[in-house]
Structure formats: C-alpha cells, structure tokens
Design a protein. Sequence first.
Length: 137
Amino acid sequence: MNEAKGHFNRCHRCHKRVCNMCWNEQGGLFAGDAPRVTSEVVAVRAKKMVKDVEEKAESTKVFKSEIDRQQTLCPSCGKPAGEGKFCVNCVTNLQLQECSNSGEKIPMEQRFCGECGTRLQIIFYQRFYSYLIFPVN
C-alpha cells in the first residue's frame, strides 16, 4: 500500500487520492477541483472555432447557379419519367391538376388537396399502347 501512495497525490480540497494524470501540479489540487487552465483555454477555443465554422456554413450558399433540370420519377412505376406529359416507361399521365380553392398543383390520381382538403374531381385517363405489327414471312 505504501508503494502505491507514491504514485498518487492527495487533494487538500476534496481529500481524494488521484493519479498523476488527474493531478493539477500548477494548482496543487485534483484536476476536477482545479482544471488545468491551458487545457480549458484550448477546449473553449475549439468550441468557438466549431461554432464559427457552423455559422459560416449556415450563411454559405450551396448552389451557385440555378438548377436547369429536375428528374421526375413516375409515381406509378418509380422509374425516371422523362420530360413529357406521360411516363416514358409505363405511359402514366404526369400532368398536374390545379385545386380550385387553393391553386395548389396536385397529381391527377390524388383525391383531395393536401393544402386545403378540398375534394378534387378525378379524371381517369386510359392508357394507350401502340403495337407495331410486322408481317411474318
């Protein structure tokens, strides 16, 4: 036990015995009672630097130019739908209807306006498929 005492220091404030890692030699106390000033300054500076970086990131504009195109995914098949009024994969109508009450643009298959709750008139479109018939020789 006496051999171990040489590796520990007794804090005069809290009376704890602590190892050399937890001992503040400048203050002569346990580091929990008297934190090392240099360590605290470094920690506070690091927090301030992180805060400054976050504030700068918040005020930075991510996109420097307008987005020219957006890729529309078909609500029916989930594949890229192309740029037309119908999906290029499954011919689902991609046009939007306008709510008469709120003016919100809403997909054709939706029954109610998500903005105001107005019941919408459902317009059903038939899918037209064209088949090429080649004569068999």
